[in-house]
Write a protein that binds this ligand. Structure first.
Ligand code: NAG
Ligand code: NAG
Length: 506
């Protein structure tokens, strides 16, 4: 107790010296202008998907069950339309067709994830390696390379072997070793051909929504401490997997390794109220900084340490709900990413409010909302706010020292009724990519690639098949899961080919 108190006092003193969470990003006066211009020659374009959302083949060829199989099969169904990923887009059988879709649009690379329980059915090496699972990914990688498309692998995009979930999943520290062994298997099996590795996708989502809010697998509505434990173990797993690549594989394979972190942009609800301005910075720091500060500085953001320690103490706890890294872990974490993978979709307004509900939401003393005038999508949380993308990119530049950024997801949802004429998605991509162009050409942000989410409609987690993010329409009524290009596929093909927006229409 005493050391906790002493530490809290020290942290409060230190934190007040840099209470802010980076600098506010002022509004730009050219928000409404469309910028004509192109990206640097070495800029790359691609698409992303994730194993559980597209593969299907859920019990085929020796694959073990994972937590999303378990979650979607539970009764009553926690999924909005009662669906599962058992078949999804059937990419387990149709990967060659997927590669042709990528080729038709002119993608430079394809970001996909590996299903852990497809290659290690119980999640561990002693439990046995599933050769058929490895073969599936070898086939996909070879098909991509034969078509001149670079493979980019995400090691973990939310589907955890159920056997590991049964041992507590990400809140059991033992998983750090299991993840390292899994990473070693993938580097060894695919690293001769795969040169871009992403350890984790959007840990905020599976930790907070899976272990705190309960709407994603494993569906735990747990205490205010579990999401913090989850991220702590994810960060340790990431650090070891990164160091393993850096020390043992990079010297031979010459690839790069990083992490993908999702974040919205956060605008003060009242820009003239300093408390709201501070609250908006706190919101982006609790969201993006939760993972990125440890990766760049070796430790959690000072503002998180200050707020969570203080609240934990007020709750009469012996220890802070935000775990502490030892000096050794700080050293392993600091600088553990060759690039920053960024997923971005939308923007929120932030008000400063004092809250007593313990947990990641209440700990921030903020309340978020969206401006009803911002255009909607089919997803309740996703409104179209293109300038927010640029502001986030500038905040990242200022906060972490202009790191190399790969945009690893960005996209828009509609529903079945829209069909192939997805004009709103076309507008979304044009305006968001244009704001990224401003960030590169006008603000000097070091962004080197852009990944559209997603190549095709797919299983949208708790929303099932009701929300569609694809530039290809997938017909779920057809056993063939027929894929048809939407208008947005043509628009992206043009932007990719021209490397931006070279000139106004004549
Ligand atoms: C989910 O996993 C638990 C624990 O292994 C098991 O008892 C349960 O039967 C599984 N549920 C489904 C629907 O597979
Ligand atoms: C390693 O990769 C870099 C850039 O990705 C390249 O310039 C360099 O030639 C490569 N080195 C070897 C030994 O392959």
């Amino acid at each position: 107790m005493r050391s906790f108190l002493v530490r809290t006092v020290l942290v409060v003193i230190l934190a007040s010296a840099h209470l802010s969470s980076g600098k506010s990003v002022p509004k730009a006066d050219d928000d409404d202008e469309f910028l004509y211009g192109v990206f640097p020659d070495d800029f790359r374009w691609g698409f992303a998907t994730a194993s559980y959302q597209i593969e299907g083949g859920w019990a085929e060829d020796g694959k073990g069950p994972n937590n999303w199989d378990n979650f979607t099969h539970s009764v009553p169904s926690p999924i909005a339309d009662g669906s599962t990923g058992d078949i999804a887009c059937d990419s387990y059988h149709k990967y060659k067709e997927d590669v042709q879709l990528l080729k038709n649009i002119g993608a430079d690379y394809y970001r996909f994830s590996v299903s852990w329980s497809r290659v290690l059915p119980d999640g561990t090496i002693p439990g046995g390696i599933n050769q058929a699972g490895l073969q599936y990914y070898n086939n996909l990688i070879d098909e991509l390379i034969a078509n001149n498309i670079e493979p980019m692998i995400t090691l973990y995009h939310w589907d955890l072997p159920q056997a590991l979930q049964d041992k507590g999943g990400w809140v059991n520290e033992a998983i750090v070793q299991d993840f390292q062994a899994y990473a070693a298997l993938l580097y060894t099996s695919f690293g001769d051909r795969v040169k871009k590795w992403i350890t984790f996708n959007e840990a905020y989502v599976f930790c907070q929504q899976g272990y705190g809010d309960g709407v994603h697998a494993p569906g735990y509505k747990l205490t205010a401490t579990e999401p913090y434990k989850c991220i702590h173990n994810v960060l340790k797993s990431h650090a070891l997997a990164y160091r393993l690549y850096q020390n043992q594989f990079k010297p031979i394979q010459n690839g790069t390794c990083g992490i993908t972190i999702d974040s919205g942009w956060y605008e003060p609800k009242d820009p003239n109220n300093p408390a709201d301005v501070e609250a908006a910075l706190r919101a982006v720091t609790f969201k993006h900084g939760w993972l990125a500060f440890p990766v760049y500085t070796g430790d959690y953001p000072p503002v998180m340490r200050q707020f969570i320690d203080r609240k934990s103490e007020q709750e009469g706890r012996e220890e802070s709900r935000l775990p502490v890294f030892t000096e050794e872990w700080k050293q392993l974490l600091k600088g553990s990413s060759d690039f920053l993978g960024l997923n971005h979709y939308t923007t929120e307004l932030v008000e400063s409010v004092s809250r007593a509900d313990p947990g990641w939401h209440g700990d921030q003393d903020t309340q978020t909302s969206q401006d009803p005038s911002w255009p909607e999508s089919a997803s309740s949380w996703l409104r179209v706010v293109p300038f927010g993308f640029r502001r986030l990119l500038v905040w990242i530049k200022e906060t972490y020292g202009n790191p190399l950024v790969y945009v690893t997801e960005n996209g828009f949802s509609d529903d079945h009724s829209v069909g192939l004429n997805d004009d709103k998605r076309v507008d979304y991509y044009r305006s968001y990519i244009n704001n990224m162009l401003k960030a590169v050409l006008k603000d000097g942000c070091n962004i080197k690639s852009y990944t559209a989410w997603s190549l095709m409609d797919n299983f949208e987690w708790a929303r099932g098949y009701a929300e569609r993010f694809g530039v290809h329409f997938v017909d779920y009524d057809s056993p063939e899961r027929t894929r048809t290009p939407k208008k947005s596929a043509g628009e992206l093909a043009k932007i990719f080919a021209e490397n931006g927006f070279p000139a106004p229409p004549q």
